[in-house]
Design a protein around this ligand. Structure first.
Ligand code: UFG
Length: 339
């Protein structure tokens, strides 16, 4: 019998790509999403790609009564918690919004899981939990925090809450996936990242400059201690990241306790490396200017993902060229996103 995975917040960028990979590996997917940061058109696109009508619920995951119905109507084996706000700058301006939503959605999920005897949860964590002071490559055994913004603290706190729950209940299986910088899109160009407003992140910003929607990229600082002075990050193709969730679902079903995994490529690229690769791969010019550093940014952040390789059997397969090509394929086919 195939297992059923509930993707909470699963209509978004990472969730939608994960749904495809789960179905490809024989899982059944169910999505719960209030579309705060996603578009219901994604279900049609997912049907085009997978040939499957994915059951979906337009609910707020924080609403425990609504979530309870999802569990009543589906035989859930594994939960993936993608639900949460993710704009770093907004979290600094409106911290309560982030603490309330990002913690309550996880509370609601774990309460409902307990009520229905579901014991496997995969949590969308972030490299941001490593804080300001750890040197790259980052390994899972490093001390966590201090985080530089409320968004990061919600990831840190949810990790800690899930760790405490796992210590109190030996039946529970918790997998913490610490994402590095997901970019790229499904090769069909049917789904991809569709930022709500002006993008905060580098790659969607570049994509919108390329399409003429935005005028010029601001490169936030060129005086960091890196090979060209601009910030270095570990960019990972969203399809590789999606595949890590499938392996995490397999793993969670067979193991108890809590495990954290870095999901990155282990390679760091600077902002200017990304700009140049995007220009070269897509035969475009990206106008840019150097501006002030963005508060809270660190010079360098990349993963040691050998634990994920050893234990989950996961390794990133796609390279920077794939990421640049697939981002532009999605952006050029959907200049207004899903609208
Ligand atoms: N950058 C620019 N110009 C832009 C946007 C970004 O120069 O318009 C630079 C940043 O300064 C940084 C790099 O591009 O050096 C990457 O920035 P992103 O905003 O794309 O990504 P971050 O590494 O800052 O943040 C990401 C996720 C967070 C997560 C964090 C974990 O967006 O959710 O990684 O390290 F918390």
């Amino acid at each position: 019998m195939s297992k059923t995975v509930l993707l909470a917040g699963g209509a978004g960028y990472i969730g939608s790509h994960t749904a495809i990979e789960l179905i490809d590996k024989g899982y059944k997917a169910v999505i719960a999403d209030c579309h705060y940061n996603s578009n219901p058109i994604v279900y049609e696109r997912l049907k085009e790609i997978t040939g499957t009508d994915i059951p979906h619920y337009n609910i707020d995951v924080c609403d425990e009564n609504a979530l309870n119905r999802v569990f009543e109507e589906n035989n859930i084996d594994v939960v993936i918690d993608f639900a949460g706000y993710k704009a770093v700058g907004e979290s600094v301006r409106e911290p309560m919004k982030y603490y309330k939503n990002n913690l309550n959605s996880t509370f609601s999920l774990v309460n409902t899981m307990e009520r229905h005897g579901v014991s496997n949860i995969i949590f969308s964590s972030s490299a941001t939990v490593y804080g300001m002071n750890n040197p790259s490559p980052l390994t899972e055994d490093m001390n966590l925090g201090p985080c530089t913004n409320p968004y990061g603290w919600t990831k840190f706190m949810n990790e800690e809450i899930l760790r405490d729950l796992s210590a109190a209940n030996e039946e529970l299986s918790v997998v913490l996936l610490r994402y590095f910088n997901p970019i790229g899109a499904h090769s069909s160009g049917l789904i991809g990242e569709d930022p709500k407003d002006i993008p905060n992140n580098l790659m969607p910003y570049i994509a919108q400059v390329a399409s003429g929607k935005l005028e010029i990229l601001s490169v936030f600082g060129n005086d960091y201690d890196t090979h060209d002075g601009t910030g270095v990050r570990d960019y990972i193709h969203v399809v590789d990241l999606a595949k890590a969730h499938v392996l995490a679902a397999d793993y969670a079903s067979e193991h108890k306790g809590v495990e954290a995994f870095n999901i990155g490529t282990g390679v760091g690229y600077s902002v200017l490396d990304i700009v140049k690769a995007f220009e070269r791969v897509n035969n475009l010019t990206i106008p840019y200017k150097i501006t002030e550093r963005r508060p809270g940014d660190i010079a360098t952040c990349y993963a040691d993902s050998s634990k994920a390789e050893k234990i989950l059997g996961w390794k990133a397969e796609k390279n920077l060229e794939d990421m640049c090509r697939d981002t532009w394929n999605w952006q050029s086919k959907n200049p207004e996103g899903y609208k």
